[in-house]
Design a protein around this ligand. Structure first.
Ligand code: PLP
Length: 415
């Protein structure tokens, strides 16, 4: 019999599942989303404005968000940063010379460039490319794992060449929340910055904001045109109100409790044999274990109903709660569950059909998710080494988008 989604969700509640993942409200224990009521789920009735041409209460909300950084115009998004990234890419379509992207670009960047009918130039470092006027550079800052680079220098370099820069700041909506957190690219005059409020701040999933530098009002108009094309015509008022709440949270935040609780989690992990890698963003930790693989560590956590954000060879990624005075985050339960972690060897899952892909042309991006960064792009050859990596990921139960369609395609061709 089909298991209902609601049953699956309720089961997590019954187990008091602990969130070390997005969204930033951490099962509504952080922030103040309890002000929301399902009855607030309304539509564009009189008084509630229209997000695609805001003139009243939603214009006020955008203005409130615009105050985050001087010189930017904010627009609320209710379909995640994905919408903002694609709209930003399309907004430059008419003038773009080339789109220059990094190897760690999220799939939405690839999809946006596809829709703009361009082939991206992909590089490891912006400094390896001779930038030309009207090139559009897209960088991920911070990375999913919370690493940052010298974004001020990158922006200066890009602008110095007459190019434009879009910053995918999906994981940085909390930047500048206090001086102990990294700085947003909006301090340094980036052209367009997109932030997922839902990832790191206590907003509902999909609540995001696009910020356009008001130096170029025509870019802003193009962004709004494409947001209108690709975003739902029925934006969720619950999501929008949650962004407002998260922004108030951001403005009033102080970090004393956060650093205290972070240290407690740090110590507890070390006690049970973990190696903890702090990232540039203090809200992220990459955790490994001295005696067990990252996948066994992930499994031990999940068996204890502790849910991390993702696992890669670099470690298990913890996204920490932005603790505050009256939060409801279950720290004590987390600490006692960490103390009692129980490791078992993962049973190996196999998929022999993966071998079929060796030396074949990839017909659809292959994307481990998370983090959502293409591993083999459409049109590239899937090497024997790629297949080996995919088998390793598969054995460790990493979810990989695009594999099934590639396999089905080649099985069909061989029939
Ligand atoms: C680096 C990066 N950019 C963009 C996105 C898309 O953000 P959203 O989920 O808000 O659409 C993600 C999502 O995980 C991401 O990791």
């Amino acid at each position: 019999m089909r298991k209902k989604l609601i049953e699956q969700l309720n089961e997590l509640e019954q187990h008091r599942a602990i969130s070390l993942h997005v969204p930033g409200h951490k099962n509504s224990t952080i922030g103040h989303l309890d002000i929301l009521d399902i009855a607030h789920d309304k539509t564009e009735i009189v008084g509630l404005d229209n997000l695609h041409e805001p003139e009243e209460v939603l214009m006020d909300l955008n203005d409130f968000l615009s105050e985050k950084y001087k010189g930017y115009i904010a627009q609320v998004l209710t379909n995640g940063s994905t919408t903002g990234i694609i709209a930003a890419i399309l907004a430059y379509k008419e003038i773009a010379n080339r789109y220059i992207i990094m190897h760690n670009a999220h799939k939405s960047v690839h999809h946006g460039i596809d829709l703009a009918h361009h082939e991206p130039v992909i590089t490891n470092s912006i400094y390896d490319i001779d930038l030309l006027p009207n090139d559009i550079v897209i960088v991920t800052y911070p990375t999913y794992e919370g690493r940052t680079e010298d974004i001020e220098r990158i922006i200066e370099h890009v602008h110095g060449c007459g190019a434009y820069i879009i910053v995918d700041e999906a994981h940085g909506a909390h930047f500048d929340i206090t001086p102990k957190f990294p700085k947003s690219a909006m301090n340094f005059d980036a052209d367009i910055v997109i932030q997922s409020y839902h990832k790191m701040l206590p907003a509902l999933t999909m609540g995001s904001v696009i910020f356009v530098n008001n130096r170029n009002i025509s870019t802003y108009r193009h962004v709004m045109k494409y947001v209108n094309y690709i975003e739902t015509s029925s934006p969720s008022y619950l999501v929008m109100a949650s962004i407002e709440s998260a922004h108030e949270f951001y403005l009033n935040y102080s970090d004393e409790l956060f650093f205290l609780k972070r240290q407690m989690i740090f110590d507890a992990l070390k006690q049970v044999g973990c190696i903890v890698g702090p990232q540039d963003d203090p809200a992220k930790l990459l955790v490994k274990h001295r005696e067990h693989t990252v996948y066994e560590l992930e499994q031990a956590l999940i068996d204890s109903h502790i849910y991390p954000e993702m696992t890669t060879e670099d470690g298990v990624l913890f996204i920490l709660p932005l603790s505050h005075e009256d939060d409801r985050y279950p720290y004590h339960v987390l600490l006692s569950r960490l103390e009692a972690l129980n490791f078992v060897k993962n049973d190996i899952k196999t998929n022999d059909e993966l071998y079929l892909l060796s030396n074949k042309v990839c017909i659809q991006h292959i994307i481990p998710y998370p983090p959502g960064v293409p591993f083999v792009r459409k049109g590239e050859v899937i090497t024997a080494g790629d297949v080996k990596t995919l088998i390793h990921l598969y054995q460790n139960r990493v979810k990989i988008e695009g594999v099934t369609s590639n396999i089905e395609y080649y099985i069909d061709r061989e029939r």
